[in-house]
Design a protein around this ligand. Structure first.
Ligand SMILES: CC(C)(COP(=O)(O)OP(=O)(O)OC[C@H]1O[C@@H](n2cnc3c(N)ncnc32)[C@H](O)[C@@H]1OP(=O)(O)O)[C@@H](O)C(=O)NCCC(=O)NCCS
Length: 143
């Protein structure tokens, strides 16, 4: 896939946390919670090294994705691209880069979570070849 000009992709490290959190906050469709606090994201990155990525225009972070696995399936979270940088292939490249890391770890299938009312987000995932599952409901419980 061709790299959008001037945009660089690199591993998500905690140096980028504040900028990424700001980006997520500014992007519709990204649901944030205590799971996204600095210590929890640090723990996620430590458990899943080299699988989450950011996109930069110079020093400015304009895209991000969290990716990891539990040993059997991969999971993507919080793919976001700054509104001024959309429709340039950056979202697609971010998740493909994460999928390459999951493939290298032997993971054969990956899931993601999208709010039911995030119509544009769902259109994106369909357009890039993902299946929107109608046969599964997410179940959750506070521990
Ligand atoms: C979803 C999102 C990450 C897409 O990022 P992006 O960099 O604009 O996506 P790309 O440029 O890689 O798009 C690839 C293809 O997906 C499709 N696509 C992208 N955005 C779309 C939209 N809003 N509606 C329909 N199709 C879309 C297109 O087919 C596009 O190819 P094209 O531009 O050649 O037509 C971005 O819109 C975003 O950050 N949205 C808010 C957060 C969000 O909803 N994240 C996903 C759920 S967690």
């Amino acid at each position: 896939m061709e790299q959008p000009s001037g945009i660089t992709f690199e591993a998500f490290t905690m140096d980028a946390y504040d900028a990424v959190f700001g980006l997520w906050t500014a992007c519709e469709g990204v649901g944030l919670s205590d799971a996204d606090s600095r210590p929890n994201i640090e723990r996620f990155l430590l458990r899943n090294p080299g699988m989450s990525f950011v996109a930069r225009d110079g020093e400015v972070i304009i895209g991000a994705i969290l990716a990891g696995h539990d040993g059997r399936r991969g999971y993507l979270h919080h793919l976001a691209v700054h509104p001024e940088y959309r429709r340039r292939g950056i979202g697609h490249l971010l998740f493909e880069t994460a999928l390459d890391a999951l493939r290298a770890a032997g993971i054969k299938k990956c899931h993601g979570f999208v709010f039911r009312d995030n119509v544009r987000g769902l259109d994106f995932w369909r357009a890039v070849g993902w299946t929107v599952r109608e046969d599964v409901r997410l179940i959750s419980k506070d521990l």
